[in-house]
Every structure is written in structure tokens, then in C-alpha cells.
Design a protein around this ligand. Structure first.
Ligand code: TYD
Ligand code: MG
Length: 449
């Protein structure tokens, strides 16, 4: 059979019979490469056979999960690892994917059973050094440094592990395919093989994938469709905390996040995440600092917002944000100017969220407004106060989702008062004083003194 030439987009995998300068699918320029396509293997076989079954007759209890040893990871996975599942962990280079995978592998192997860690990126010396630094040497953990699929498959046959880490999908390749490692064809083929391995032998596979600058898994968006679970490991490189976020999960919800801290001995779970995002050391209140309760997935997090407002030397005053949305700040400044008569036009405004966290919810609006008003007036905010609420253009405070979760978290961390939107309904007794405010002006009057 004559092999036809095809052009394949390096970024998204689009196939075209002709060369194009710009990929019509993902819009990237000069990413189409000439390929002579070799046939892709058939999709992984379904383990249970192919009969038609009534849903009512299915037994979900038959599904067993096992704990990874990291409670935070188990929660994101939906209650533990499901045997025979393929989990993709994406993240920027250097964020700690290999460290996490190695620690999980170590914890799993110390419970009995064999675990295989395959690295196509690092030498065994590098891996041994990292393992020593992390203080792990369990008897059931095996390392293999190879980028060849064939060797990986043989090792799985020899060892019969119940858990395999493949680091990374971009480095593993099949020799029979005439494409370089990391290309769409290789990545897709290796993932299809891994899927077959996982489903066929009931092995759990952790597949590590690098993410490009724009936040997509390098090359293969296709990968996300093939695997059972996609987790993203994220965080700022110069901050020590890391978030593990579920993006897709065939075995649970994707609303969960896990929080870890990177330290000299690797990753540790953070039992009390709110403590990371509050100012440490200075208990007395200062102007411009207000605590808010935000939701990350299903979890409430307390975060301190700091504002500094000072006279400008420029014709157009400067507005800068870190961790807070710029457009929300500009809107909030306009509301404060119009509804409270604060003449912010002659002042620069800098607003930060402490700890490098990124707040995307409008529920943080009220705390931003209070922090700005507090800095502008040089008045401190009442100590041990938390504020939540979305601000509307008329200066009204709109209700936020899951307000009782936020109230409970604030009470748990020892805060005494909380300003919440007037329309919110919370059930039961609270361990802290809850004050409702309908407008920003009301909230400012309640909070500043
Ligand atoms: P790594 O797991 O290699 O990242 P990835 O696989 O995502 O590329 O981790 C890289 C960073 O983590 C590295 O810059 C050093 C840091 N690190 C620690 O701070 N403590 C540790 O114990 C380890 C192993 C790594
Ligand atoms: Mg790595």
C-alpha cells in the first residue's frame, strides 16, 4: 500500500492533507510537520467483555480503591486510587511532579507489593540522589531509567508491579514509529499502549506530562481524552506551596484540590492551608490589611489582602495587583470613589494577596474594598475580622456561594467577627459574630475605626 503524506500539527494533532502556515484548529503558526503516518494500534480492550448489562444489575461496591498515603492526593482522586486507572499529572517543569510521584511510589511500596518508577528524563544516579534526599528506600520500590517503550513493557512483565510511574510521557518512545519522542504520534501511541497495560493488567499508572507556557499539556490535548484522570500540579516557583487540582476525573468530582508544601525533605501535606496565606508574626492590626475567605474548589481558604494607597506623582495614577484581578480592582476603586466619595483619582493603589495565592472569585471584592478604604483613611480594620461579598456597581454587596463553609473556617482559625452579604442565609449557631452588610458604605462603617 502506498503511504500517503500527511501534515500534522505539533500543538494539537490536527491532520491535513496539505501544508498550511497556520493551524486552523489551534491557530498556532508554523506547527504543521510532514509525516508519513504509520498505523496506530487499536484502542485498549475493555476488560469486562462486551455484553449488554442492565445498569441496575451493576455492582459499584465491586470497585476497590486504595489509599496513596497522601490524604490530599486521595481526596483529589475521589477517595483513593482505582486499580487499572491511568492518571495524568501535568504541570510546569520544576514544580515537583517527579518528587510527588516518587514519594507516592515510596509510600505505596512500603505497604507491600511492588512499584516501578520509570524515568526517561533522569539518570539512576540523579534518581538515587533524590530518593536519598527524600529519605526513601523501601524494599518494594524499583527504578528503571529508559526512554524505550519496549524496555518499559518488558520490565512490567518481569516485575508485575501494581503501581507504575512513567516520567514523562514526552520522553517515552516506540522505536517502530518513525517520529521523534514528544511528538503527537509518539505521545498518542505510548499513551494508548499504557492504557492497554493499565486496563489489561489492572495496574495503576501515573503518567507525568509537561505543560507549555500557555498552560496546555505540551502537544497532545488528545491525551486528556484518553486517560481516566487529569490532575494539574501548580504553584509559583518561588513560593513553597503547591496545589493539586483535578481537571478531569472518571472516578470522582473535579472540584477538589490538594495542598502541599515543598520543603527540604520533599512535599508535605498542609493540614491547615489558611495559615499559609495570612500575615505571620504581627498580631496587631495595621491599616490596609483585611482577611477574606475564598473557596478553592470545595475548600474554604482564608487569605489576607493588603492594600497600599499613596499620593501619585503621575498624571494617570498607577494601579497594581498581585493575586487579585486587575479589572475587579479598577471597578472597586470606581465604586469607592462614587459611592463613598473617596477621591482615589490622585492616588496610586497597590493590592496584594498574601502568600502568592491567586484569587479569582468576586467574593474577595469586599475585602479589597475595605483594604483600600483602610489604607486611604489610615484607619485600621477591626482585629480578628473576616469579610466576604461581591460588590456590584451600585455599591451593593451581593451574596456569595457556600457562605457557611467560609464562616466555619474563619471560626476554626480563631477569628471573632465576619462581615457577610445582607442576603445570605446561614443555618445554626455560629462560633463567631456574624454581621450582615447591604452596601459597601455600611461595611466600611462596620469595619474601620
Ligand atoms: P521536580 O520533582 O524535579 O520537578 P518536575 O518533575 O515537576 O520537573 O522538582 C523540582 C524542584 O523541587 C527543584 O527545583 C528542587 C525542588 N525540591 C525541593 O525543594 N525539595 C526536595 O526535597 C526536592 C526533591 C526537590
Ligand atoms: Mg521531573
Amino acid at each position: 500500500m502506498r503511504q500517503r503524506k500527511q501534515y500534522v500539527c505539533r500543538e494539537c494533532g490536527l491532520m491535513s492533507p496539505r501544508w498550511l502556515g497556520r493551524c486552523p484548529e489551534c491557530g498556532a503558526w508554523h506547527t504543521l510537520e510532514e509525516r508519513t503516518l504509520s498505523p496506530i494500534s487499536a484502542p485498549a480492550p475493555v476488560a469486562e467483555g462486551e455484553e449488554v448489562v442492565a445498569v441496575a444489575a451493576l455492582d459499584p461496591e465491586g470497585e476497590s480503591r486504595f489509599a496513596t498515603g497522601f490524604g490530599e492526593l486521595d481526596r483529589v482522586l475521589g477517595g483513593g486510587l482505582v486499580p487499572g486507572s491511568l492518571v495524568l499529572i501535568g504541570g510546569d517543569p520544576g514544580i515537583g511532579k517527579s518528587t510527588l510521584a516518587l514519594q507516592v511510589a515510596a509510600r505505596l511500596s512500603s505497604r507491600g507489593g511492588r512499584v516501578l518508577y520509570v524515568s526517561g528524563e533522569e539518570s539512576s544516579r540523579q534518581l538515587a540522589l533524590r530518593a536519598r534526599r527524600l529519605g526513601i528506600a523501601p524494599p518494594g520500590l524499583y527504578l528503571l531509567c529508559t526512554a524505550r517503550w519496549q524496555r518499559l513493557a518488558e520490565a512490567v512483565e518481569e516485575l508485575c508491579p501494581f503501581f507504575v510511574v512513567v516520567d514523562s510521557v514526552q520522553s517515552i518512545y516506540r522505536e517502530e514509529i518513525g517520529a521523534a519522542p514528544g511528538t503527537v504520534t509518539q505521545v498518542r501511541e505510548c499513551t494508548a499502549q499504557l492504557l492497554r497495560l493499565a486496563k489489561g493488567k489492572g495496574i495503576c499508572v501515573f503518567l507525568i506530562g509537561h505543560v507549555t507556557k500557555d498552560g496546555v499539556l505540551a502537544g497532545p490535548r488528545l491525551l486528556e481524552h484518553m486517560v481516566d484522570t487529569v490532575l494539574y500540579f501548580e504553584g509559583e516557583r518561588h513560593q513553597s506551596y503547591r496545589l493539586l487540582r483535578g481537571v478531569k476525573n472518571r472516578f470522582g468530582s473535579t472540584n477538589e484540590i490538594g495542598i502541599f508544601e515543598m520543603g527540604p525533605a520533599g512535599l508535605t501535606e498542609v493540614a491547615n492551608p489558611s495559615s499559609l496565606f495570612l500575615r505571620q508574626g504581627t498580631p496587631e492590626p495595621v491599616p490596609g490589611a483585611v482577611v477574606t475567605a475564598t473557596l478553592e474548589g470545595n475548600r474554604p481558604l482564608l487569605v489576607e489582602i493588603q492594600a497600599l494607597v499613596c499620593p501619585t506623582g503621575l498624571t494617570t495614577p498607577r494601579r497594581m495587583t498581585t493575586g487579585v484581578e486587575y479589572n475587579r480592582l479598577v471597578m472597586i476603586l470606581a465604586v469607592l470613589e462614587k459611592r463613598l466619595g473617596l477621591h482615589l483619582g490622585g492616588y496610586d493603589a497597590y493590592v496584594n494577596a498574601v502568600g502568592g495565592v491567586r484569587l479569582t472569585e468576586p467574593a474577595a471584592d469586599l475585602a479589597v474594598a475595605l483594604a483600600v478604604a483602610s489604607s486611604f483613611r489610615e484607619q485600621v480594620v477591626a482585629p480578628e475580622l473576616v469579610a466576604v461579598g461581591e460588590i456590584g456597581l451600585t455599591g451593593e454587596i451581593r451574596p456569595v456561594a457556600a457562605v457557611d463553609k467560609r464562616v466555619r473556617e474563619a471560626a476554626k482559625l480563631g477569628f471573632r467577627r465576619m462581615i457577610i452579604p445582607a442576603g445570605s442565609r446561614i443555618a445554626g449557631e455560629q462560633d463567631l459574630q456574624v454581621v450582615k452588610a447591604a452596601t459597601v458604605a455600611e461595611a466600611v462603617a462596620l469595619a474601620l475605626y
